[in-house]
Design a protein around this ligand. Sequence first.
Ligand code: NAP
Length: 306
Amino acid sequence: MRNLVIIGSGPAGLTAAIYAARANLSPLLIEGWQSGGQLTTTTEVENYPGFAKGIMGPELMKEMRAQAERFGTEFLTGDVSAVSFKNHPLTLTIDDERTVQAKTVIIATGASAIPIGLPNEKRLTGHGVSTCATCDGFFFRGKELIVVGGGDSAMEEATFLTKFATKVSIVHRRDKLRASKIMQDRAMKNEKIAFSWNSVVEDVLGQDVVTGVRLRNVVTGKISELACAGVFVAIGHRPNTALFAGQIDMDEKGYIRTHAGTATSIPGVFAAGDVQDSLYRQAVTAAGSGCMAAIDAERFLESSEG
Ligand code: NAP
């Protein structure tokens, strides 16, 4: 029986582990087969406090993992394939093979940006293809960019990117935006933003870095190429919560609902990071909520044992 099992090895999970390990909870952290979370797919991280010269995303995650290990976090590599939170002890099944029982669980499974689904999009991620303007916009000073999507995220990313880019083309699959009026107006009034309506990205072009996109007009069928140095995909995020469906309270988009800090609808189960945050989605906010979850778990254990 474990005091605490943490699911997820991004900034939220690892920060929870650092705090829990230092509080002598001997946490077990289950890291998926692709350890380290979304930061492992980015290049340089310049907005994480404490690194004045910036740090590469994978390096930052390696440091966080080493810090969690130093205080005694135990790591288990595998994917949690099932959970049973209906009764205590909480039970987790890993890779359909072994089960672990726990008094408390912190869910820090993150969220995944929804990709368009093109092979070259995947290949050039981190080399011009990005899903985070806040993280990567700075690298495109003086360049032309495209943003894919027609929702608030796409408007927000495009508007933000005009701080750096000379031109931002929003590629949207319809001739009407989904974004709220205010966000639409802001983008439409921005002289650096252009729109490619009724268009989808057929392919991302470039050998080592992005040089453009091939577009298809879904009404006329016309194929065209648009030169750009970066492609920002903003067609939505998906929280990684399929595993918990039916067991834990979630909002209509599948984000875990938290209250009183990081508590979920199940006593002893806490959620931290992007899995419960559709708004900020930053490494530092994820780390902050990981710290909160560890403190919440520690207090839960104290009160249930005391
Ligand atoms: P969203 O509202 O779901 O919009 C996704 C957009 O991507 C839609 O325009 C959609 O097209 C398009 N899309 C979806 N799949 C696509 C595909 N396979 N290929 C091409 N285009 C595709 O997602 P979001 O913009 O990330 O916003 C999520 C939530 O966060 C919303 O509730 C939003 O209001 C909120 N948000 C708020 C703010 C803010 O207020 N500051 C900022 C960001 C997000 P269709 O329109 O044709 O479906």
